[in-house]
Design a protein around this ligand. Structure first.
Ligand code: NA7
Length: 536
């Protein structure tokens, strides 16, 4: 900490995506606090600033994937498609930043490198890569759950002489793949969205698949004026239902058991989901879907049957058919024209389980039995999810303890919003909260509102801060673990549990108890005078 303090504020906010922008508004304009927000990108948007790859789109419906805090905002903004494309979400967040004059307290192109808690003053000192040092009473991390890309663990990756693209850091200018031989690595949600778009443009596309995935079509479409009017006339009711729902999206209650249901009923539910792009009809129609392998298998087999129907070449169809994990235990992707893309003459699938990659070469890719030549390579290989962006910052709490050391064996938090030993720090959608198991915007608003109430409470009490107790944190961690145990999630290789990153501890990180139940718990904690916390 060599630089002199350049500014002293009530709150430093790290990030300017949905959570950072809403935090500025809430804490500054509603609570009257002084705030300073930092954002590494040169624009606002967070996830939706960085992930501008072809086909990038949210899989929550646009009218639901938006702020609810201002009814005027929701009435004036027009979403044009059922599932919003990246460019429209980025435009929306720019509109929000301008409409509420959020930029005046935001510094772009500025990465927070360190944050240190001073026990004497109960304040944080925050340092940036622009040599700014800001002193703040509260630290709010709004860094996103999927914002630190995982390292590309393929030998020779730097030797390739053509252009390489990471979906997470896609150039702002359009990348023209026409006439090119392109490789794509990765068939998660990102690859599944990008592959059909790249397949349409490239002279030839080779998809290197490690794990076959269950994709359900999105059935995206341009919204009609009638559909838009319908959303807007029911918006308030929708918001209320979303806030108390399981996943931040209002859904009918699931029926008890897929196994108990007659096959015709089950298949009709799955077919409806497949035909309409209403993915919850497949994943959440039965309560035992993620609890019983046999129940899950009914949906998994339904999707496998669709793949066999769509994909013309039987060998390719077989390679695309997932058999090694239950449906929904990896983040279920949703995208249009994915399986159909493999019927194109210019698209080829390579199964890395059968023929692993040996290395990337200056001119392409060598698998154990073939050399491929490429003009460009695209990596859609995923993220160091939930903790990567937090661990990338030197966050030091009491006794100089580094957060990433404290979390060496996996993240532990109280309610996913607070960490014992790190007073006055709030982690929006942190590990241990519903976060990625929900409509992120709903969970972000709930967290930021809770933080605002908590800071107001501290003001009323004249307290200088708040800290989770170890006992409350242990109990919460235990609860998060218990509700995951006995589900199929514990068996799967997934970024939910860190298994996609070599060496990362295997801990299932999100809270799967549901947005509504979680909100009740957080409200009870607050109503009880912030039970499980100590005031400092
Ligand atoms: P994911 O879901 O982690 O997908 C990454 C994909 O990349 C997945 O198919 C991986 O296979 C594959 N991968 C990763 N490393 C390699 C290597 N070394 N070689 C070949 N293939 C590899 O990330 P996404 O970006 O698609 O999605 C992240 C979330 O963003 C998404 O779920 C939404 O919430 C938004 P694997 O399955 O590990 O075998």
């Amino acid at each position: 900490m060599n630089e002199p303090i350049s500014e002293s504020v009530d709150v430093v906010i790290i990030g300017a995506g949905f959570s950072g922008l809403y935090s500025i508004w809430k804490l500054r304009d509603q609570l009257g606090l002084s705030v300073r927000a930092f954002e590494a990108g040169d624009g606002v948007g967070g996830t939706w600033y960085w992930n501008r790859y072809p086909g990038a789109r949210c899989d929550v419906e646009s009218y639901g994937y938006s702020f609810s805090f201002d009814p005027e905002l929701e009435q004036e903004w027009v979403w044009t498609e059922r599932f919003p494309p990246q460019r429209e979400i980025e435009a929306y967040l720019n509109h929000v930043a301008d409409r509420y004059d959020l930029r005046r307290d935001l510094e772009l192109e500025t990465r927070v490198t360190a944050a240190t808690f001073d026990e004497e003053t109960a304040r944080w000192t925050v340092e940036t890569d622009t040599n700014k040092t800001v002193n703040a009473r509260f630290l709010v991390t709004a860094v996103g759950c999927l914002s630190k890309p995982k390292d590309i663990d393929i030998e020779g990756v730097d030797s390739f002489e053509g252009p390489t693209y990471r979906t997470y850091e896609w150039p702002k200018e359009e990348v023209d793949f026409s006439g090119m031989r392109v490789a794509v690595f990765g068939t998660g949600s990102t690859g599944i969205q990008a592959i059909p778009e790249i397949g349409k443009k490239a002279a030839h596309l080779t998809v290197f698949q490690r794990t076959a995935n269950y994709n359900v079509p999105a059935r995206n479409h341009v919204l009609t004026p009638e559909e838009i009017a319908e959303w807007k006339s029911n918006y308030r009711e929708y918001r209320q239902a979303a806030a108390v729902s399981g996943a931040g999206v209002p859904l009918p209650d699931p029926k008890p058991s897929a196994l108990a249901a007659p096959k015709e009923e089950r298949d009709a539910a799955y077919q409806y989901g497949w035909d309409t792009g209403h993915i919850p009809t497949i994943l959440f129609s039965y309560a035992d879907m993620l609890a019983s392998k046999e129940a899950n298998e009914t949906a998994a087999q339904f999707i496998r049957d669709q793949i066999a129907t769509i994909v013309e070449d039987p060998e390719t169809a077989q390679m695309l058919t997932p058999t090694d994990h239950a449906y929904g235990t990896k983040r279920p992707p949703q995208g249009d024209d994915y399986y159909e893309t493999f019927n194109r003459e210019n698209v080829r699938l390579v199964d890395l389980r059968k023929t692993p990659v040996e290395r990337i070469t200056p001119s392409g890719v060598d698998t154990i039995d073939e050399s491929f030549e490429f003009d460009a390579i695209v990596f859609a290989t995923g993220f160091d999810a939930m903790v990567g962006a937090l661990n990338a910052i030197d966050i030091r709490g009491r006794d100089g303890a580094l957060l990433r050391d404290v979390w060496r064996d996996g993240p532990e938090s109280y309610l996913g919003i607070s960490v014992a030993g790190f007073p006055n720090m709030f982690t929006i959608t942190g590990p241990g909260s519903p976060s990625v198991f929900s409509n992120m915007v709903v969970s972000i608003e709930q967290h930021v509102d809770w933080i605002g109430d908590c800071i107001a409470f501290l003001g009323d009490r004249g307290a200088s801060g708040i800290e989770a107790t170890v006992a409350a944190q242990d109990e919460w961690v235990q609860h998060v673990r218990e509700i995951t145990e006995g589900t199929l999630h514990t068996e799967a290789e997934s970024w939910y549990s860190g298994s996609n990153v070599p060496g990362k501890p295997r801990v299932f990180m999100p809270y799967i108890g549901g947005v509504g139940a979680y909100r009740i718990k957080c409200d009870e904690v607050a109503a009880g005078g912030y039970e499980g916390f100590e005031l400092i």
